[in-house]
Design a protein around this ligand. Structure first.
Ligand SMILES: Nc1nc2c(ncn2[C@@H]2O[C@H](COP(=O)(O)OP(=O)(O)O)[C@@H](O)[C@H]2O)c(=O)[nH]1
Ligand SMILES: [Mg+2]
Length: 637
């Protein structure tokens, strides 16, 4: 089944509401004032059963220029437009304005309904048809079929229904039900006993009753009590349907036309938008920098100022890159279409498409800014995602954050980042909860920085294994989360860009220096350790004439690392083999008697108490012995 929305457009009194009533039997003028004055003020909604059995949603819009904002809100989600022109009056100002709005919002599949044919004769009708043909030449309506009807007498309606059913089945392209759901709200009311009900056209995605939704831009979570499509209860609704949703935990007064219902956490609100703005050929005005405008998108209307990024001004028929500074925040998506009207007097001057829904503030006439926006304009979603990834070089960015920024589903973003990974444009780090994405250029730059830091460190400290990993993070990657940093280091080591030796990082192939100094100092140290046996010498008292202490420390560290020496306690070191020997002897002793004392150890190793105590403490630390309570006694661990 295809879900289609049919809408009306056209000048006031040309018979839109009458036509819908003639087609559906239902009156879309709901309000007392509308009925009394005989004009449509707000949007009217009903449905229409097509011969195929499918039920199309109908949106009837007002044609009065005073209610243009309602008309614009009603256009959202329309798949097929009935542009109604009364044969007795022909094309009128709002016929043209509605055409402009439909065109700017990209809603172009239309049928021209020449109504009130009962009021005119053949000759007049021909003249009007000629006028229409001329007027539509070169516009999106050039190829639109024209049907002559009378909503009052019913003449021609059969042919119109046939055309509608043909166009909805063969020409209307279905909306994407797989991306994130977005429902721009056109009505909100409260029903006693039910609470808050909102209605709108689901313009994309799918909403299920159990879904957790969020009301944008107010950021309030909302749960669903019930869903209705054309008056019937449903558990799920799809893009292209007119839906009414009964929400819990949200009050009617918190919501207004213009709010958007979408999945929780799926979008980001912004009060800046980067856009391509086209000024209508017919505009009487030139758009200058900082002009105050009414901005319409979806069902919302917000005041804003236009900062012209690449031009001094935008005249009729011209277009430019513009940053809109909004007076309220909004949640939109790249590719969303919009309309702008002058602040006063209100007249439509143009519209365009959102290029970046979450930009930073931009300055005018910056080449790199203009370049970036042009890439966002012509690029695929993967190109745009790549730009976002590039911007987050210091922290990396997660797939879910990218999804929010672009208002795409996580699946869509995943597909794009995997494609980027295949093209070697990004690196992916799959973590437990989310995947982090890093731009290849950022990685290359980080490797360059890191390598040069490492090699200068290696020159400066030739007897060290490298820079400590924790120090590298603190100095060069402080904005990265530690677990992400670890994964990144792992990747760099795997690729052979850097080397990791325990907790040290160094350049690939690097070895600690084993030159004459090393030989001399390590010789002295090992010799001293050997000679003193279990009567340990304090390291600080060992003399290495002519070698700075710092270097001796580093060389001692190498001996420890290579397990030639061990640290017994602060400032006491000895040969690894001695401590191994001590371990064996102590274990043997403990096998014979349950307790061993410091005094016994002192005698066993013919040493002093000063060294015996550290031996036992060392044995405690390697879990050979443990204290029983007394300071000088140990049992087996
Ligand atoms: N004679 C005639 N009158 C019509 C026809 N369609 C609408 N009307 C009348 O035109 C007036 C305006 O119609 P309405 O549907 O409210 O126009 P809307 O403003 O476009 O919605 C009403 O008085 C209708 O009865 C038609 O086909 N023939
Ligand atoms: Mg009407």
């Amino acid at each position: 089944m295809k879900n289609v929305i049919i809408g009306t457009a056209g000048h006031i009194d040309h018979g839109k509401t009458t036509l819908i009533k003639a087609l559906t039997g239902r009156n879309t003028d709901r309000w007392e004032e509308e009925q009394r004055r005989g004009i449509t003020i707000d949007l009217g909604f009903t449905y229409f059963d097509l011969p195929s059995g499918d039920r199309a949603g109908i949106i009837d819009v007002p044609g009065h220029e005073k209610f243009i904002n309602n008309m614009v809100a009603g256009v959202v989600g329309m798949d097929l437009v009935l542009l109604v022109i009364a044969a007795d009056e022909g094309i009128m100002p709002q016929t043209r304005e509605h055409m402009d709005i439909l065109h700017l919002l990209g809603i172009e599949k239309s049928i021209v309904v020449l109504n009130k044919c009962d009021l005119v004769d053949e000759e007049w009708l021909e003249l009007v048809e000629e006028e229409i043909k001329e007027e539509f030449e070169g516009t999106f309506l050039e190829q639109a079929p024209v049907v002559k009807v009378s909503a009052a007498t019913g003449k021609g309606l059969e042919e119109l229904v046939e055309l509608i059913s043909h166009m909805t089945s063969d020409e209307v392209v279905e909306k994407d039900i797989h991306t994130i759901p977005r429902l721009p709200i056109d009505r909100a009311f409260s029903l006693s006993g039910f609470g808050t009900v909102i209605t709108g056209t689901l313009v994309s995605g799918t909403i299920r009753k159990e879904d957790m939704l969020e009301m944008y831009p107010i950021g309030k979570e909302s749960k669903i009590r019930s869903i209705q499509v054309h008056g019937e209860d449903k558990t799920v609704c799809y893009a292209g349907q007119r839906v009414a949703i009964n929400l819990s935990n949200i009050k009617k007064r918190e919501i207004q036309r213009g709010c958007v219902l979408a999945s929780k956490g799926s979008m980001k609100t912004a009060d800046l938008l980067d856009v391509r703005l086209n000024v209508l050929d017919s505009s009487m005005r030139v758009l200058t920098n900082h002009t105050r405008l009414h901005f319409f998108t979806g069902t919302s209307e917000i005041l804003c100022r236009a900062v012209l990024l690449d031009r001094e001004e935008i005249g009729p028929g011209e277009s430019g890159l513009v940053q809109l500074r909004l007076e309220e925040s909004i949640a939109v998506r790249r590719g969303d279409k919009f309309i702008v009207r002058f602040y006063s007097p209100m007249e439509t001057i143009g519209g365009g498409v959102v290029l970046e829904p979450n930009p930073g503030i931009k300055k005018r006439f910056r080449e790199e800014v203009i370049e970036e926006l042009k890439r966002k304009e012509s690029g695929s979603s993967a190109d745009v995602i790549e730009l976002h990834v590039k911007e987050h070089r210091e922290t990396m960015i997660t797939v879910s954050e990218l999804a929010k920024l672009t208002a795409l589903s996580a699946e869509e973003v995943k597909k794009d980042v995997e494609e980027l990974e295949e093209q070697k444009k990004v690196h992916l780090f799959a973590m437990r909860k989310d995947t982090y994405v890093w731009h290849t250029e950022a990685a290359e730059e980080a490797v360059r920085t890191l390598k040069s830091a490492l090699s200068s460190y290696e020159k400066r400290y030739p007897y060290r294994y490298g820079i400590k990993k924790a120090e590298v993070q603190a100095t060069y990657f402080s904005k990265m989360r530690p677990n992400v940093f670890d994964r990144m280091i792992e990747m760099m080591a795997e690729k052979g860009w850097i080397m990791r030796v325990d907790e040290f990082l160094c350049t690939p192939g690097y070895n600690v220096c084993k030159d004459e100094t090393f030989k001399k100092v390590s010789g002295i140290l090992l010799d001293t350790f050997e000679k003193s046996r279990f009567d340990f010498v304090r390291y600080s008292e060992i003399k290495c004439e002519g070698t700075p202490r710092e270097i001796c420390d580093d060389i001692l560290n190498i001996l420890l690392h290579e397990e030639k020496a061990v640290k017994v306690t602060d400032d006491m070191y000895t040969l690894t083999s001695y401590m191994e020997e001590a371990r064996k002897l102590i274990l043997e002793r403990l096998a014979e008697s349950p307790v061993i004392t410091i005094a016994e150890v002192r005698d066993m190793f013919s040493t002093s108490r000063k060294s015996a105590k550290p031996i036992l403490e060392y044995m405690d630390s390697i879990k050979v012995t443990k204290k029983t309570g007394g300071e000088s006694e140990r049992v087996a661990y």
